[in-house]
Structure formats: C-alpha cells, structure tokens
Design a protein around this ligand. Sequence first.
Ligand SMILES: CC(=O)SCCNC(=O)CCNC(=O)[C@H](O)C(C)(C)COP(=O)(O)OP(=O)(O)OC[C@H]1O[C@@H](n2cnc3c(N)ncnc32)[C@H](O)[C@@H]1OP(=O)(O)O
Ligand SMILES: O=C([O-])CC(=O)C(=O)O
Length: 382
Amino acid sequence: MSTESVDRYYPGLEGVIANETAIANVEGKEGAGGLEYRGYSIEDLATGASYEETAFLLLHGDLPTSSQLREFDGRLRSSRTLPLPLVDLYRQIPSSIHPMDVLRTSVSVLSHYDPEVNAPPTDHAANVRKAERMIAQMATAVAYRERISKGLDLVAPREDLDHSANFLNMVNGQVPSETMRRAFDLSLVLYTEHELNASTFSARVTVSTLSDIYSGIVAAIGTLKGPLHGGANEEAWKVLEQVGSPENAESWIQDALARKERIMGFGHRVYKTGDPRARILKEYCTRLAAEVGDDRWERIAEPIEQAVTSQKNLPPNVDWPSARLYHYMNLDIELYTPIFAMARVAGWSAHVIEQLDHNRLMRPRARYIGPPNREIKPIEQR
Ligand SMILES: CC(=O)SCCNC(=O)CCNC(=O)[C@H](O)C(C)(C)COP(=O)(O)OP(=O)(O)OC[C@H]1O[C@@H](n2cnc3c(N)ncnc32)[C@H](O)[C@@H]1OP(=O)(O)O
Ligand SMILES: O=C([O-])CC(=O)C(=O)O
C-alpha cells in the first residue's frame, strides 16, 4: 500500500481527477470556464438543438441524423406510459412527501417493470434502451404524481407533442405557448449534463461495483436533492419570495451578507467567473417575464445578483435563473428539482454507461484521524 495516497487529502475532492470522460468538458477555451457536450458548445446547442437531439448526443455519441432523430423521438413518445402499480402507489403516498423523494422511489419501482430488468449490468445496448425508457417515463412520473397530490385528474401523455410540450401539458393541463415550450426545452438542454458533479459522481460510484443502471440513477436522484446541488433551484425561489419586492432587495441582501448567510443559487465549485448556463437562462427569464406581463421577479433578482457578484465575487449559477423561469411557467416550486432530475437523467445515464464500458471499482482512501491503539476494557470498567 502506498503511504502517499493518505498523505494527500483534498477536502470535498476539490481538483481531484477521478475519471476520464468523453461526455462533457467544463474547462472551456483555455481553461476559462465554459461548457461543451461531446465537443459541442452549450451556446450552440442552446440555439441549435432540442432536448431530444441533446439526449441522443449524450447517449449515442453524436447528434442524430433526421432519420435517427425520428426513430429516437418515436421510441421516447411510445415509452411514456407508467406501470399501473406505480400510479396506484402515488394514490397511497401522502401528498406532503416531497416530489423529489417520490421520484427517487418511482425510478426504483420503474426498474421492476423494465422489460430488460435481468439484462447484465454491462450490456451496453440494453443500458441505452433502459436510459431511453427512463427519459420518457420520469417526465410522466413527475407530472402524474403532481396531479394526484393536488387532487387533479391525470392528463395522459400525448404522442403528438414533443418531450417538453407534453410534460407541460401533463402538469398544467394546457399545451404551452411556443415561447414557454422553447424556454422549458432550453432549460432541459442546459440541465442535462455537467461532467463529474456530485450526483453524476454518485451514479458512477454506484455502478462501479457492477450494480445496475437503475441503482445508479436512484443514487443520483438522492444526491441531486440536497440544497448545495440540485435542490438549490427550489431554495433560490425561496430567496426571491422572502425578499418579496424590488424595494426590499438591497436591504435584504446587505443584511443576509452581513450575517454571512449562504445565498442559494450563487457560487460554483468549478466556475469561478460565472456559469455559462446562467447567462443564457437569464435572457429567457426576461422574455418570459414580458410574456406573462410581470417583471417584478426580474427586478428583485437583479440587485441581489449585482450585490453577491460584486461583494462576494460569487456569480449566479444555473439554479438562480431557472427558479424564475419555472415560476413563469406556473410550475409548483417543489417541481423545480425533479425537473432538473428528469433532464439530467440523460447525462447520468451516459456516464453510467461510460463507467460500465470501462469499469474499475471506485474505492478511494480516507486518512484516519481517530484515536490509535486502544485496548478493550472489560465492560464494567468502561
Ligand atoms: C447545479 C448545481 O449544483 S450548482 C450549485 C448549486 N448550489 C447552490 O447554489 C448553493 C449555494 N452555493 C454554495 O453553497 C457553494 O457555492 C457551492 C457548494 C455550490 C460550491 O462551493 P465551494 O466552491 O466548494 O465553496 P465552499 O462551500 O467551500 O465555500 C467557500 C466559501 O465561500 C462561501 N460561499 C460559497 N458559496 C456561497 C454562497 N452561495 N453564498 C455565500 N457564501 C458562499 C462559503 O461560505 C465559504 O466561506 P468561508 O470560507 O468564509 O467559510
Ligand atoms: O457541476 C457541479 O458541481 C454542479 C452543477 O453545476 C451541475 O451539476 O449542473
């Protein structure tokens, strides 16, 4: 055993290169902090690719041709229904349980009904098919549970709608405007992949034991839920709500900074000069605020953004604007993180498949800092 491995310790694994990947690059040009999926810049994908095309890119390695896209999209559209026992389960689970917890359970239940449940965990082609089914079914799972917990009738998936329009229709019972559909789709494109973030890492660790893809995704959902990671989009909305009015924003943020509070939706482990996804989404927030005819939340967000960026040198991350974007779509605040998960499942799956294609067990070391060489005293002397 090498002693060097325990001498070098990186709290939070900051800066540690834990694996190689061909899926995403967060280094950007000359290490300046940018984002690419399989070599395509996020700015180009944001304007030139749908969520379906981006998910295909992540899972299959390149952007689809038109016939590949037609087939892929057809597979997604025809896989949207849920097994009935899962829908029945939603009627049993108390409506107070957070949708992110229910989504974690849902993916576990979906695994039992997958037609290839017994395929070997390293079967690449079966894993891609399972990933496609999860992309399609997780959207329905989030929407169905939302409607059931609110006592509303279910809105069945519609095969004539794309992934984003169908999801918004299943949740809101209304086909979205083209501006809303486009903005939602863009948010899924931006959320779908981000190199070795905590949830992706946890999925890769899970399958590195040769466990199955569903177990990897369940682990990832549990990891995404925390407010330092995906759960931050829900927390970012709570900040805006607490501030309440544009007039209150400046004094609220100065007080919070003086109390050394962590402002959710700001800061990032990798991006120190700004998250490129936040810049893109902010523009769409402005457009949607205009469409709904209410710019109050933009006017609350702006002074907070200015203060945290200039005084703490912490620019907003993707979760800061996405909270407003989803609010403009009339989506319940507790759906923000499940939506992140239903987008990220394509990226998680690509990583799980990459891990299983070139697997080595992930097993780092810990530096022991407890007491040494203790002797067991008889129980009456302890
Ligand atoms: C999709 C995503 O997952 S993006 C991230 C979403 N998470 C959030 O928005 C939660 C808020 N942000 C944070 O907590 C952090 O910026 C993280 C966890 C995202 C990254 O943190 P790291 O780079 O590891 O920094 P770490 O948590 O060690 O903090 C370093 C210092 O910056 C401060 N800091 C970091 N983020 C923030 C913040 N959002 N607000 C105020 N202070 C902050 C910390 O308090 C700490 O200060 P200290 O040294 O005086 O104790
Ligand atoms: O990369 C990270 O640490 C978190 C993040 O932005 C993401 O997962 O999208």
